[in-house]
Design a protein around this ligand. Sequence first.
Ligand code: GLU
Length: 477
Amino acid sequence: MSATDKTASAPDRAVVTRFAPSPTGFLHLGGARTALFNLLYARHHGGTFRLRIEDTDRARSTQPAIEAILNGMRWLGLDWDGEEVFQFARADRHAEVAHAMVASGHAYRCYLTQEELEAMRAAAQAAKQPLRVRSPWRDRTDHPADKPFVVRLRAPTEGATTIHDEVQGAVTVQNAELDDLVLLRSDGTPTYMLAVVVDDNDMGVTHVIRGDDHLNNAFRQLPIYRAMGWAEPVYAHIPLIHGSDGAKLSKRHGAVGIEAYRDDLGILPEALGNYLLRLGWGHGDDEIIAREDAIRWFDLDAVGKSASRFDLKKLEHLNGHYIRATDDERLAALVAEKLGFDHDDTRRSILLAAMPSLKPRAANINELTEATAFLFAARPLMVEDAARPLLDGDAPVLLARLHTALDAVHNWDTETTEAAVRSVAEEAGVKLGQVAQPLRVALTGRKTSPGIFDVLVLLGRDESLARIADHIPARGD
Ligand code: GLU
């Protein structure tokens, strides 16, 4: 295969793109990015973005595996147009095309037996050549009446095929390197290579944007378009995502399914979408790119030719940004869902009130959820080990004074409570921090929390006083 520099060109027909995942049980990060690029390209050019589920592997294509893809796409806001197409249900149509190709001479019935194929494979191996089947049945007409056969493509044998790929540039393959691929198996079922082309044609797909692991397939698929006299799609094969070590992203690099980023890492869909967009496509130095801007700016000429490396740190950084930019209602709802408080209005409103002070510190939804734990903790609070020393020494005495001062506050807000806490520090002749630290531990069980006056207000007067009292030795002790 040889390649020259790429050239991006404007589409000359109404754009139809598609995402064509095979259900594997989850939506792969790379698949999500492919879907996103297809969506953006279609939206940018005022076209249509379709979804086709390639469910011909019946063992893997379970309902949950299909749902995982649909849900993942919905979560990422990758809204497809029209009904999703299921490939398996179209097998008759695929077979019909194969038969039409036999009738027109672009395909032929091949009666090679397993043994004959094995012998060809062994000969190819001995010659250290890949097996390229050119069956003797290409030219034979003495078809046996009752023998099983497969339908093979009569692939071009001479000359070369060049694909002007929008990302890879012009890529040429000598036709002698192609084989007469099987279109229909001996049981009459279509092969993947045939099904993809028939479906893309019937769905009116004009631009095939997919991972570059499919570039070789394009050379085997094009002859099918040509045999049928169908309009050829524009191809754009995008480089795969690699892990931090430069190898193709796989499970050993960590999670590859997007639901793990949502559930286990607490990533927001906008953050993941923005991250995937920047992975392999760029618009100057812009890092934070809203979907509307992505649609306005996206085109294939700015898709890089080399593989990009997945960087969790960058994703988390973007996530922190999106958390701070997200309104409190939505964040509170996400945390409530994690905590199972979806239907508890009281707790939901406590969460809502806490969001402004909690969200600046959270890098992900799990951290945010974790940071709300003190709000609902039962008394007496569990104190984390690292915070315990802060309750020693003068702390009980200071807490007793704080209790007295705060007990006198009735109009409970951040200002009145701050005045009370400051007065205790002044009277004791210590810095505010020396009073605030044991107070924080008494109220939250931790060394770190939102601002202490916010905590007092979020917990309310009664709960705050009770938590402080839990750390004051009873009179007479
Ligand atoms: N079903 C194929 C895959 O999941 C994609 C086929 C295509 O995009 O042409 O890799």
